[in-house]
Design a protein around this ligand. Sequence first.
Ligand code: CP3
Length: 358
Amino acid sequence: MHISQAQQHLHQILYKDSLLKKKLIAVFEGSIERPAPIWLMRQAGRYLPEYKVLREKAGSFWGLCMDPTLAAEVTLQPVRRFDMDAAIVFSDIFVVPTALGLDVRIEDGIGPRLDPIDDANALETDERRWAEWTKPVYEALGIVRENLSKATALIGFAGAPWTLATYLAHGGASPDQRAAKLWGHRDPAGFSRLLDALGAGVARHLVGQLKAGADVVQIFESWGGGLPPAQFRSWVVEPTAKIVEQVRREVPGARIIGFPRTATLEGYALYAQETGVDAVSLDTSVPLAWATQRLSAVLQGNLDPIALIAGGSALDGAIDSILAETASVPFVFNLGHGILPETPIAHVEQLVRRVRGG
Ligand code: CP3
């Protein structure tokens, strides 16, 4: 039978598309992908000169986040430069509290600052304000989606209620999360209303991002460590389980990564078992031999961001041991926490090359 050139061409395109299945999604379906897919938490940011140019142009951090064209461009920068397997939308965990009525300033080199709150009623749902702060994120996701290769996954995210609460109760980053802990211990009912209100906003925002084109969403619990076990359960695990359930009610099969940074090993095990997340992102301290034995979730992690700054043979050794220890499980290569501004670009190149066997 004669096959026309046009048909042959079409077949080639279709065949190629099927080869371009996203590696990250294959891992969520239980596949052991080698080379492992790789992306880095905070992969867009100040270690990239092209980021600094756009950050300067936007004038402020919120100005950059809330301009869908600029946010999409910044999202794509690391993907283009390093050929990452996933893009994570350029945004911040403080979009949700801001969309719920709080006035959060992001100060250079310090982070989020706001007037501390001690009452869940400080959060409100004004639909206009909600749309004003969340729609630009969904628009940015749409633009990124259009500009992303079919092989690259798109990730949305939000902060977990407890982590957000630590900033809200203190008015910014706090060394020991004292204000949120005090609130939770002294006024459990009021604090639980705060976590519920934040959780509802987080679930809604994750659904919005999935509907706007995110393949996967990640929940950042950056301050998951240092809690007594009972409070880890009621302030971290239970609110996260509720979010997962709410998201899947609206988006059945939603793929969700949880990152309970610096939780104890028992904490990680409980979190993996009880929250319903598909994947657990491990911080630098978690032994991979333990995680591969004890956690049934997909694993992501956990290169020390400082080893990435160090580079050289220390970096190669750290990468190799992570790859060796996760060789027999579905795994996504990432850092144990966000990339730091002083990270040399050449070291990120070295990392991606080595993970891909070069
Ligand atoms: O991963 C990515 O590339 C997506 C973008 C992203 C940002 N913040 C951009 C950002 C993500 C995933 C976050 C999450 C975030 N934001 C977390 C959770 C993850 C973690 O690292 O624990 C937290 C706690 C925040 C709150 C926050 N916002 C902090 C601590 C800072 C840094 C302050 C500073 O100047 O060092 C911000 C601001 C921010 N968010 C920056 C970026 C790139 C830097 C500010 C700038 O460029 O002006």
